[in-house]
Design a protein around this ligand. Structure first.
Ligand code: SF4
Length: 368
């Protein structure tokens, strides 16, 4: 089995608490409770210390809602993580508008957090209500203005499209409103109704793929016209503001993952932590799996091909000891001929049409 001997440079930290539960959500989360949060932060710190992490280039605190922690617990987590970041590293914290106040912004600044990812989801108050969010677009504007005043430049906002009641006209308005926030990074996801969500139980459905393509094309065109590069299927950034942490996942590199339900990838093995708070507080890991060569190749393509620039062919050869173009000669010829992929010199990437059907293209490559 292939193993890369390299330093792990990224750390993901999961804070599972939220102040309320959104109807579309299938993440690992639970309603904030002070006592549970206190025990959880103690367990989390024990888990972080169990890895002997040293320094990393990126840290990402995600959730759940990291900013739902009270200020003391939040400081406990940040002060544990801050010394682990290399100089010039990227330190991201996800935040919800309702719980990101001035004190928490100042605390984030104090501990070196230099990137915020804020869940906006919609700029229409009635649709925010439909999604089960508790903020308004006016709250978003106030929050981002305050974050900028405190000195945060690198800000991402998340938007959701493709659900009942969300028309092309509303999407166009969402894009205009989001652009008016003037953040250098925008993530836009089409709604997925997962089985664990309240939406699923209520029978809410996703858009069909033809309709979804029309919406996606509008997003791509609008954001490109405003100077954002789509560097990953759902992620758009001004030059220099791509998420370095998320690029770790999309380049299929290894990372530490700590916290309830967190996933990690270390020494050729993927692992998942327990999703039960009770179990996690006693024993973190729930399962792990050694990644075989065949699995590693498939994962490499599934992640790297989400990137607009694809991947450098020598990287594939270095990692797997085989030439990608030789290995999949027939399938690649077909993909290029049908306009789904392109090869230039040392690079292999999917075209706009190819990116839209990435999962089925990869199944074809592996004859599944
Ligand atoms: S979408 Fe975010 S804020 Fe809402 S329940 Fe899920 S993790 Fe919590």
């Amino acid at each position: 089995m292939f193993k890369e001997d390299k330093k792990v440079n990224s750390l993901y930290v999961h804070i599972p608490f939220c102040n309320h539960i959104c109807e579309y959500c299938d993440f690992v989360k639970l309603i904030y409770n002070e006592e549970f949060a206190k025990d959880y932060v103690d367990s989390l710190i024990k888990e972080i210390r169990s890895y002997n992490i040293g320094k990393v280039n990126t840290i990402y605190i995600g959730g759940g809602t990291p900013t739902s922690l009270n200020i003391d617990l939040f400081e406990k987590v940040l002060s544990e993580l801050s010394p682990k970041l290399n100089d010039g590293g990227e330190f991201t914290c996800e935040a919800n508008v309702e719980s990101l106040n001035k004190d928490k912004l100042l605390l984030l600044k104090k501990y070196g957090v230099n990137r915020l990812s804020i869940g906006v989801e919609s700029t229409h108050d009635d649709l925010l209500k439909f999604l089960g969010r508790h903020h308004t677009f006016s709250d978003v504007k106030t929050c981002i203005k305050l974050a900028k005043e405190i000195g945060f430049k690198n800000i991402n906002v998340d938007l959701i499209y493709g659900y009942k009641g969300h028309t092309l006209k509303l999407l166009k308005e969402d894009l205009e409103n989001i652009l008016s926030l003037d953040t250098p990074h925008i993530s836009i996801y089409s709604l997925i109704v997962d089985k664990g969500s309240i939406f699923y139980n209520k029978g809410v459905t996703e858009q069909d793929s033809d309709e979804s393509r029309e919406y996606y094309d509008l997003i791509l065109k609008t954001l490109r016209e405003h100077g954002y590069k789509r560097y990953e299927i759902s992620n758009f950034a001004k030059p220099g503001y791509e998420s370095r942490h998320n690029l770790t996942y999309w380049r299929d590199e290894e990372y530490y993952g700590v916290g309830l339900g967190a996933n990690g990838y270390l020494n050729g093995e993927r692992y998942a932590n327990s999703k039960s708070l009770y179990i996690y507080n006693k024993e973190y890991k729930a399962e792990s799996e050694v990644i075989t060569d065949e699995m590693a190749k498939e994962e490499f393509l599934l992640t790297n091909l989400r990137l607009e620039d694809g991947f450098l062919l020598p990287r594939y050869k270095d990692r797997f000891g085989i030439d990608f173009l030789e290995e999949h000669k027939e399938a690649i010829t077909k993909l290029v001929k049908n306009g789904y992929a392109s090869i230039d010199e040392n690079n292999f990437r999917l075209t706009d049409d190819g990116l839209m059907i990435i999962d089925s293209l990869i199944l074809d490559l592996f004859n599944k």
